[in-house]
Design a protein around this ligand. Sequence first.
Ligand SMILES: *Cc1c(COP(=O)(O)O)cnc(C)c1O
Length: 450
Amino acid sequence: MQTKIILPEARIPRQWYNIIPDMPGPLAPVIHPGTMQPVSPDDLLPLFPMPLIEQEVSTQRWIDIPQEVLEIYQLWRPAPMYRAHRLEKALATPAKIYYKYEGVSPAGSHKPNSAIPQAYYNKIFGTKRIATETGAGQWGSSISLACQMFGLECTVYMVKVSYNQKPYRKSMMQLWGAEVIPSPSNRTNAGRSILAQHPDSNGSLGIAISEAVEDAATRDDTRYALGSVLNHVCLHQTIIGLEAKAQMEMIGDYPDVVIGCHGGGSNFAGIAFPFIADKAHGKQVRVVALEPASCPTLTRGVYAFDYGDTAKMAPVSKMYTLGHDFMPPGIHAGGLRYHGASPLVSQLVHAGIVEARSVQQLACFEAAVQFARCEGIIPAPESSHAIRGAIDEALQAKEEGKEKTILFNLSGHGHVDMTAYDDYLAGKLNDYEYPAEEIKESLSHLPKVD
Ligand SMILES: *Cc1c(COP(=O)(O)O)cnc(C)c1O
């Protein structure tokens, strides 16, 4: 018997949940990278439209989802939840394993949950064009889709190595009407100065962010968009957890543990924040973030002020960080290779409300393959970190002979990541040692904030 839990369309959440009023303490200020003073909303206006700046600092617990956004969400939402009966059986565990599946969106991940409202608020604010960056291409494809739906132009600076190695994500962006530029490029001062020093540069997420920020800041018709980390992105993603709670309620169950993979924190926040709200009201639920051992921001980083990008152009936030010039090894879960983390998730980890664990690449692929063979869905390499976490919880339940209800977020499918699976199946993938020396070095460059 298979269990697919479908929320009736009429029950699609009409509001996002904003965790800011329920945080365990005041938020740290966001610092201007130039003046090193707290930013004002006006400082952010060259980069973001006012409605998103307002959401970034809003203390309103529930925020209405605009009708125009709901109509597009309805193309794939409510997203299904499944009980992984066949995986439970394969693990011979007494635990129940549920997963929420975000791979049903047109771009194949949770990212359109924020791309759609970001494009919408830019449209109503009068923005004509969005400039953004993408690493592996998942955010780039989601924002291209969203801009297409609202009639905005879109320029994506794509890290050059991915541009060459992941041609299909690039094709998706172009198909949805975006201009895709390999970064570093000669379109910006930031790009030109890198190319002058390193003509063969493969690029990095830090450089691509600098190019997109410069593009947006120097053109009146253009604004910047970021696919993770920021408070308003986490806010938009809470539709995942709100639906999941309603689905759990439909079948009369509730999780003992909620699990998500963690890159910048947006899909984790999405599944977890609505359950953390219950936790604040005395409900017993553990919440666990899984990150790669090669980029262990939450488990080995420090909780400190740091820049959001390598070129020190992005705002400085208090977060777990490995240092803004840390270069993570080239693992296949490209979406998890970020030096920092969401300030909200960071504060919750620091307060002991969220647990964080790191996992190695090979153990994640092993979990992904076992999952695909039981459940059918081929997971994104990023999502495989959450699967590893869920399987480990289920195996622990078996060892202890205890029942346990596990819920994890399957943030996307891996159909455009088959080269990674080819490499895994051919035995060509490696684990990476915890890069202790490099992290120590990059942590010595944190900015000083009083
Ligand atoms: C981008 C991405 C992630 C990581 O980003 P978060 O902001 O941490 O969620 C995880 N899974 C998938 C499928 C992604 O595309």
